[in-house]
Design a protein around this ligand. Structure first.
Ligand code: GTP
Ligand code: MG
Length: 138
C-alpha cells in the first residue's frame, strides 16, 4: 500500500466541510492513517509551496493557506498518490469531474479545498514535514 499527503484547505475548514471531505476520501477507499488540525506559520506555508515561489499567485496562495486552520492528513491505499489526485479533481473546479472534492466543494482555482501530493517522492517529503513516524498508525 502507498501513502500520500493531504491538506483540507482553509476555504473548506472555514465552511465546516472537514467531515464531508473525509467522507468522500473514505468512500473512495482511502484510509486516513494520520490527521491533525493546525494553523500554518507563514514560513511553513512558504516552504510547503516553495516550488511556486516565482508564480504571480504565490503571495495570495501563502496568505490564503495561513488564513484559517487546515487539516493535514496521511492517506493510505492502493496507488494512493494517483488515486487521491483523481478524488480531488482538477486544480480549477470549473474543470473538475462530477463527484470530485473540487467539483463539489471548491470555490475557485485558488480556494480549491484540498491538496494532494503529485508524486510518491513528494508525498514522502510532505508527510515528513508534518508528521513524526509514531503519529502515523496504518
Ligand atoms: P495542490 O494539490 O494544492 O498542489 O494543487 P495542484 O497540484 O492541483 O495545483 P498546483 O500545484 O499547480 O498549484 C498549487 C495551488 O496553488 C493550487 O491548488 C491553488 O490553490 C493555487 N493556484 C494554482 N493556480 C492558481 C492561480 O492561478 N491563482 C491562484 N490564486 N491560486 C492558484
Ligand atoms: Mg501541486
Amino acid at each position: 500500500l502507498e501513502r500520500t499527503f493531504s491538506i483540507i484547505k482553509p476555504d473548506a475548514t472555514r465552511r465546516n466541510l472537514t467531515g464531508a471531505i473525509n467522507a468522500t476520501i473514505e468512500k473512495a477507499g482511502l484510509r486516513i492513517v494520520a490527521q491533525k488540525r493546525i494553523l500554518l506559520t507563514r514560513a511553513q506555508a512558504e516552504t510547503f509551496y516553495g516550488v511556486h515561489k516565482e508564480r504571480p499567485f504565490f503571495g495570495e496562495l501563502v496568505d490564503f493557506m495561513i488564513s484559517e486552520p487546515i487539516v493535514v492528513q496521511v492517506l493510505e491505499g492502493e496507488n494512493a498518490v494517483a488515486a487521491y489526485r483523481e478524488v480531488m479533481g482538477a486544480t480549477n473546479p470549473a474543470n473538475a469531474a462530477e463527484g470530485t472534492i473540487r467539483k463539489e466543494f471548491a470555490l475557485s482555482v485558488g480556494e480549491n479545498s484540498a491538496h494532494g501530493s503529485d508524486s510518491l517522492e513528494n508525498a514522502q517529503i510532505e508527510i515528513a514535514q508534518f508528521f513524526a513516524g509514531n503519529e502515523i498508525v496504518g
